[in-house]
Design a binder for this molecule. Structure first.
Ligand code: ZN
Length: 475
């Protein structure tokens, strides 16, 4: 077996410089990822518990990572390492097995609940450079001889089911990305087949914690509370909860597909690091944004509600600017705005619903943004189209104009319904003519700012409806 210094100079460093190492030796892949960190963050609606949980999670992960650094694997010697997942090529299997235990313990000790999915898997150098294993030519080289020909051909990028992939098509398709796909699969399986889970016994007659409503209460402190929730509160940011909080979700859509296209470990390391750094650089700290959690191509931020749309838009602009036209994947931003204190769990649910639609829509159109205000009773229009960056900017301008003067309550109450019927133009003109002069003036300025022209289209009414909601929420 190689020693660590030998492994570094003869295998890892050449690989990360895109050179082919001269030596060969059995290697081990080590991967780790926090399991369902958001479930731990959003157990209750309380802001202080959310901010405390986010800090404890970050501390737990920092301690878990230090196990690798202590064994001679600092971040630059890993294939990737972000705020909740990592992938490494290791010289010694027993070292990697030690990390499994150390990382689980570090995160559990800090968060009481969160588990870490880990993977220790043997690989050879040939698999790292040339893909996992070769399908025999007797299987893929005989047309019509087997039932899987079509599937084989799709894998090697052939459109016709009857031909056979040539040698160069096979070599072209087989690279480090196959290892990345395997790691993803095995990590998912590790998380799904977990048998030992953190367990808090609660007898039927035990009083439940008012925060998580799951575990038995241990103390009375602002109501009955369990130990886990209490420790979150004690770690909370000092100072009062924000009057109205906003959540912003940023994501590089389809990161897994991008990573599986990387042909070498060094290309993988470059791509992953760049996306992770771009996300972190995009965080607009000046608007009061703080990172709650981030891993594997997504990031969740807390921003005071009045600044959240501006923060999300400028973060998305920064990402677009960073990559220019060569963005490997579209980026999306979902913004949920609170209306009262301590409603973080419903904001998170709202963000998650938006993200589903945004991912789908971004496949055709590139980077997109959506914004919604938490309303009760909740009305969620699934058919509303998300905003492009340009439209998001106009929305911010529009909401700012509408905020300048107090508009009558219940302005354009049926705008959404009339738009659906195709009567929005008539309805808008009529309702506007009944408004006081100053309100009419405000709307005229809005139309000019958005360059609406003589006949506004349906997109104008959709944006107007959102701008009104935003202006109302912010005043
Ligand atoms: Zn609790």
């Amino acid at each position: 077996m190689m020693t660590l210094p030998e492994f570094r100079t003869r295998i890892l460093e050449p690989l990360l410089r895109d050179e082919t190492p001269a030596a060969d030796t059995p290697l081990t892949l080590f991967a780790a990822m926090l399991e369902r960190p958001l479930d731990y963050l959003f157990e209750s609606d309380r802001w202080d518990e959310l901010s405390g949980a986010a800090r404890r999670l970050a501390q737990g992960w920092t301690k878990a990572r230090s196990a690798l650094a202590a064994d001679g694997y600092p971040a630059e010697y890993l294939l990737h390492c972000d705020s909740g997942s990592l992938l490494a090529l290791v010289h010694d299997r027993t070292v990697a097995e030690r990390w499994v235990v150390a990382m689980e313990r570090a995160v559990a000790a800090e968060t009481d609940l969160v588990t870490v999915a880990t993977l220790v898997h043997p690989v050879t150098l040939a698999q790292i450079t040339n893909g996992l294993y070769a399908t025999p030519r007797t299987v893929i080289g005989v047309p019509g001889m087997n039932d899987y020909q079509e599937r084989i051909n799709r894998y090697y990028g052939l459109s016709s089911p009857s031909t056979v992939p040539k040698e160069d098509a096979v070599t072209q398709r087989r690279h480090f990305g196959e290892v990345v796909a395997l790691v993803r699969l095995l990590l998912t399986r590790a998380a799904e087949s977990r048998q030992v889970v953190p367990f808090y016994e609660a007898l039927p007659f035990a009083e439940r914690c008012t925060s998580c409503r799951v575990r038995p209460a241990e103390r009375i402190e602002d109501g009955p509370v369990c130990g886990v929730c209490l420790r979150k509160r004690r770690e909370a940011q000092q100072g009062p909860a924000p009057e109205r909080a906003g959540l912003v979700w940023l994501e590089a859509v389809g990161l897994d597909q991008v990573l599986e296209q990387q042909r070498t470990p060094s290309a993988y390391q470059r791509t992953y690091t760049e996306i992770d750094e771009a996300l972190h650089i995009a965080v607009p700290n000046r608007l009061g944004a703080t990172v709650l959690a981030s891993l594997h191509g997504w990031m969740l931020l807390a921003v005071p509600a009045p600044k959240a749309l501006e923060a999300a838009t400028s973060a998305l602009e920064a990402l677009t600017l960073h990559y220019g036209l060569k963005s490997p994947t579209p980026f999306i931003a979902a913004v949920a705005l609170g209306t009262t204190q301590n409603q973080v769990r419903s904001l998170h649910a709202l963000v998650q619903r938006m993200v589903v639609g945004l991912r789908q829509a971004s496949a055709d159109t590139g980077s997109l943004l959506d914004v919604r205000v938490a309303q009760s009773p909740e009305s969620y229009d699934r058919f509303r189209k998300p905003y492009t960056l340009d439209e998001a900017r106009r929305l911010i301008t529009g909401a700012a104009i509408l905020q300048e003067e107090a508009l009558p309550a219940g302005l354009f109450p049926d705008l959404a319904e009339q738009t659906a019927r195709g009567n929005a133009g008539l309805y808008y003109t009529f309702e506007r003519s009944r408004l006081p002069d100053n309100a009419q003036e405000l709307l005229k300025r809005l139309e000019r700012a958005w360059n609406v022209g003589a006949t506004p289209g349906p997109r104008f009414y959709a944006m107007l409806s959102d701008a009104l909601t935003l202006a109302r929420a912010n005043t």
